[in-house]
Design a binder for this molecule. Structure first.
Ligand code: PLP
Ligand code: COI
Length: 340
């Protein structure tokens, strides 16, 4: 049982803790019901649910942050709501409206207040909204019934604590096809990533780097995070490709780099054979926050960026500014913060 008085918040990893309440809304006869908070963390669904057989499902990930004054805030939940709509459109699932998505997030966080880590612990409350196709189906076609749900869990770092660099290795496998589902957040992409992750982990790497599926020459994603590099002349560079998940953290960093740190920014191809153009590199995402990349192993050679032991100064500035905004310590651009 979770006891908020005894938990060592600073020692949390990225693991599932059962919270008190979950949000559930059901779609039937062409409409969503009003939705409600429930205590159970199980869903009873038909064995013919399309999510089980044909991967008709999608999910999101965002966080609630406890600010210094004790208040709680969400970071850009409208962006997660909009990205989920894109995932739904791609898999022919009904859209869950943006305003309802944000309201459901707020309700779920409020109901699970005791699971929100304290300010300064480094931990946050992770929200996992998801949608699944359910009902009695057997042919390959979209379901007529769906469940939208949210659970929350308090989390610490996805990779390593304390802005420590980790190493990655390029994969020979692809997580998504060139004109496939790489740009949306659907479970199939993650099923396709399990084996490549295991192969990387077995060799001692934190995760693998996916190259573009068409030519295997350009960096696409760092496991379940986007890639960025800092050039020798201090440009913030990140790849642009139709098979990359458009990371909300990445787009926030592009803004932070340009408007807060006054750095030039570029979204463009990052060739694996030219990674020495970067003096620092990192992985970014909701779970990963900013994880400095110590080095990348490619074709048997390890290329080290700034250091395998220490975070580089530009990556640290990016981290401090973004995390400062998320925690409410630094003024956010308009609309980025939603108070719970
Ligand atoms: N890329 C992949 C494959 C992901 O799963 C995630 C996580 O959501 C990201 C990138 C980062 O996206 P975001 O910053 O929106 O969390
Ligand atoms: C996130 O950063 O929210 C993710 O979805 C990564 C993950 C699949 C754990």
């Amino acid at each position: 049982m979770f006891n908020e008085k005894e938990v060592e918040w600073g020692k949390l990893g990225f693991a599932y803790v059962k919270a008190d309440y979950n949000y559930v809304s059901c779609y039937k006869d062409g409409k969503w019901d009003d939705g409600k908070l429930v205590k159970e963390n199980t869903l009873t669904i038909s064995n013919g649910s399309t999510a089980l057989h044909y991967g008709q499902q999608c999910f999101e990930g965002l966080k609630a942050y406890r600010a210094k004054d004790g208040s709680v805030q969400l970071f850009r939940p409208d962006q997660n709501a909009k990205r989920m709509i894109k995932s739904c459109q791609k898999l022919l699932m009904p859209e869950f409206p943006v305003e309802r998505f944000i309201d459901a997030c707020i309700q779920t966080v409020k109901a699970n207040e005791r699971f929100i880590p304290p300010y300064g612990s480094g931990a946050t409350l992770y929200l996992r909204p998801f949608m699944i196709g359910v009902g009695d189906n057997v042919g390959v076609r979209p379901a007529e019934e769906y469940i939208f749900s949210i659970f929350v869990t308090p989390v610490g770092p996805y990779f390593k604590a304390g802005l420590s660099p980790v190493n990655f290795i390029t994969s020979d496998y692809d997580r998504a096809a060139p004109a496939g589902t790489g740009a949306v957040k659907v479970g199939g992409n993650y099923a396709a990533s399990l084996e490549s992750h295991l192969l990387a982990a077995k060799q001692g790497y934190a995760d693998c780097i996916y190259l573009d599926p068409a030519t295997h020459t350009k960096i696409e994603e760092v496991g379940a995070a986007n890639f960025f590099g800092i050039t020798k002349d201090d440009k913030f560079v990140t790849p642009l490709s139709p098979s990359i998940l458009p990371s909300i953290t990445k787009y926030s960093l592009l803004h932070v780099a340009k408007e807060y740190l006054k750095m030039p920014t570029e979204e463009r191809d990052c060739y694996i054979d030219k990674i020495d153009e970067f003096k620092e590199a990192g992985a970014c995402g909701t779970a990963a926050v900013i994880t400095p990349i110590g080095g990348i192993s490619h074709k048997g050679k390890l290329h080290v960026f700034y250091s395998e032991k220490e975070v580089g100064p530009v990556t640290r500035k990016l981290y401090d500014t973004l995390f400062g905004i998320q925690m409410g310590d630094i003024e956010a651009p308009e609309g980025w913060i939603v108070k719970v």
